[in-house]
Ligand binder design. Sequence first.
Ligand SMILES: [Zn+2]
Ligand SMILES: [Zn+2]
Ligand SMILES: [Zn+2]
Length: 139
Amino acid sequence: MDRANELLRGIGEKCTEQRKLILKALLELARPVSADELYMYLSGKGRIGRTTVYRTLELFEQKKLVKRIIFKDGIIRYESTHLGHHHHLICLSCGKVFSIKKCAISSLDGFIIEDTDFLVTEHFLEFYGFCEKCRGDRV
Ligand SMILES: [Zn+2]
Ligand SMILES: [Zn+2]
Ligand SMILES: [Zn+2]
């Protein structure tokens, strides 16, 4: 049984083809996407309506299969909650979001508890800039 099936069963919801398609896409993309971006991505993979994408994302959010992420640009994006710890790069020009798996921050946790007795349980860090396509001669 594949991951999408398993996760859908886990929340006690029916595994309709469309739900599976949406969840699979979110796992494949492995980065935050807006409902429209997801719809565009899916429209190449079979018939699915925009409303279905929106409704399904709402259901998935309620069931904690996805989380809603809002960066500085204010756009609502959704990302699978099953991707593991990572950080984001947000392009200021085209708005595309990339994921980076590498995290150099966790080594700070030890320092923080030593220095302040504060126990860190999570952290967020995002980078803003220009993606390869939008970077042009900015280097
Ligand atoms: Zn992410
Ligand atoms: Zn870009
Ligand atoms: Zn990190």
